[in-house]
Write a protein that binds this ligand. Sequence first.
Ligand code: FES
Length: 74
Amino acid sequence: MYICSCFGITEQQVRQHADSGACTPRQIASACKAGTDCGSCVRRIQAILGRGACPRRELADQGEPVLTNLEDAA
Ligand code: FES
């Protein structure tokens, strides 16, 4: 099934890019251009990324805000 019809990118391809470390629609876009034309597939890409486990995104989510909170508390 095509996720991005502008560039003919399938769900399978998006998952492969996610497996090799792309955690955000922007990273998917730089890997295969999906989402860089009409943009209507970005939500679908986000949905796929949201379902998969992505260690780097969890690190990014937990990283700086936690440090900022610690600084505020100190
Ligand atoms: S469907 Fe992906 S950019 Fe248009």
